[in-house]
Design a protein around this ligand. Structure first.
Ligand code: ADP
Ligand code: MG
Length: 369
């Protein structure tokens, strides 16, 4: 059982601020994912929670108690690293039992906990091997086993799957989801991979340059990104962005005109916009259809994935839209195509990159920062 609360957490290395005031509540048994590009501060934030890095300012509460000055070993949290960090001279069983031994657990207690972790992770037949006799995926399972035996209040994972090949990553992702389900433990998981974030998280925290861009469920972030950064980061293939100009607006919608193109009416709150203002229209590849519509262009690239076809359509010199069509599309390279979309599925961003929402969505609970 554990809740974690971060209040205005900051981290500076000398004069360089790398974490710039983060507020977050992690509920008991929640699976929270920190996602963001490399260097945005994910590891630093996780290491402050773990107690491996001093918190420059702000408060960390574990189960409601301030924990800033509590030693890492006394926080009751277990961290799993990308690098596995196993002891090479110890067997799998010894690696998993090591922290229990340090803490004075009896041999019988150690053996029982190692057996239970080995059962959960299907490591039974490997208990007497040494790390060098294991595959990457097996090593990572041992590293997770080492965390499980400690029965931590919460698990902290820092890009644990990044060293694995693509197929194994998908397998381990499913294993971690099963683990979360069976242990019913609080977990914080750090990744730069939006697919991992989308598939695993109860709650995603999108980080950028040491700040929170948005916190919400995977679908809240996908359906209602608060800004251009989140819109471009969550969803694959990435959302298309088109420069446009506001022609007219009222309380129910905005008429926008693409550069050199037609205009469409987007049901967004237009009160904050003025005619002539520059905006960005966001359309997800899966929201575009090959049909007569306000956009036309030439197919430049066709990516056949079997169940899907990804088309790259140039609608103006240098302006390419990515279109995701179901199944194997017969459209060939260089074909001239029309693109249609439901204006209600569009996203509109003002010149500051902030999303403008239809009135009905304004009170929804996704937290924007
Ligand atoms: P991420 O895990 O998101 O890739 P990090 O948390 O590792 O990012 O790093 C965030 C920023 O903090 C980076 O710009 C990095 O260079 C900087 N940083 C990390 N550790 C140190 C350190 N010990 N001294 C100075 N800067 C650091
Ligand atoms: Mg990192």
């Amino acid at each position: 059982m554990a809740t974690l609360t971060l209040r205005n957490i900051c981290k500076a290395y000398g004069a360089v601020e790398v974490i710039k005031g983060i507020d977050l509540d992690v509920d008991d048994r929640e699976f929270v994912v920190f996602v963001g590009p490399s260097g945005c501060g994910k590891s630093t934030l996780l290491r402050m929670v773990a107690g491996l890095e001093r918190i420059t300012s702000g408060d960390l509460l574990i189960d409601g108690q301030r924990a800033n000055d509590v030693d890492a070993s006394r926080r009751g949290l277990a961290m799993v690293f990308q690098s596995y960090a196993l002891y090479p001279h110890m067997t799998v069983a010894e690696n998993m039992a090591f922290s229990l031994k340090i803490n004075g657990a009896s041999a019988a207690d150690r053996a029982a906990k190692v057996q239970e972790a080995a059962r959960i992770l299907q490591l039974g037949p490997l208990l007497e091997r040494r790390p060098k006799e294991l595959s990457g995926g097996q090593r990572q399972r041992v590293a997770i086993g080492r965390a499980i035996v400690r029965s931590p209040k919460a698990f902290l994972f820092d890009e644990p799957l990044s060293n694995l090949d693509a197929a194994l990553r998908v397998n381990m992702r499913l294993e971690l989801m099963r683990l979360h389900e069976s242990l019913r433990a609080t977990m914080i998981y750090v990744t730069h991979d939006q697919t991992e974030a989308m598939t695993m998280a109860d709650k995603i925290v999108v980080l950028n340059a040491g700040r929170v861009e948005q916190i919400g469920s995977p679908l809240a972030l996908y359906n209602r990104p608060a800004n251009l950064f989140v819109a471009g980061f969550i969803g694959s293939p990435r959302m298309n962005f088109l420069d446009a100009t506001v022609e007219a607006c009222d309380a129910t919608g905005v008429d926008v005109r693409f550069a050199g193109g037609q205009s469409v009416r987007v049901p967004a709150v237009g009160n904050a916009l003025a005619p002539g203002e520059r905006v960005t229209l966001g359309i997800r590849p899966e929201a575009l259809r090959l049909a007569d519509g306000p956009l036309r262009g030439e197919v430049r690239i066709v990516e056949q994935l079997g169940s899907l076809t990804i088309l790259h359509v140039e609608i103006a010199p240098g302006v390419v839209l990515v279109v995701q069509a179901e199944g194997g599309s017969p459209v060939a390279i260089h074909a001239a195509v029309g693109l249609a979309f439901d204006p209600a599925a569009c996203h509109l961003f003002n010149a500051d990159g902030k999303a403008l929402r239809p009135a009905a969505c304004q009170t929804e609970p996704s937290r924007a920062h």
